[in-house]
Design a protein around this ligand. Sequence first.
Ligand code: ZN
Length: 109
Amino acid sequence: MSRDFSDAQARLLDLKQEYQDRIEKIEDHIYNPQDDLNEHWDDQAISMRDNEMRKTLLLEAKQSLNYVNDALSRIENGTYGECTVCGEDIEDKRLQAVPYASLCMQHAS
Ligand SMILES: [Zn+2]
């Protein structure tokens, strides 16, 4: 019996949209710093530190987006919900908490 992942898929698509929006916003801040310079013209150190922070956030968002895209393609090819290490079903509770989880609880820890 195959499991129904339509809820998970809907949540993943929401997450995907959310991360894409976030990435777009952060990139806009990084590559169009004029706005910031107007706000923080008197303290460039703060502005630079903000950019470092934004780059970290950007990397995180991109990584999360990768996880989400991976999970979506696993739904497509029917391997979603299986641990990529042991091949066992990932616990439902875990998938609800982390819809893009690719490891069972045992292998995630
Ligand atoms: Zn496992």
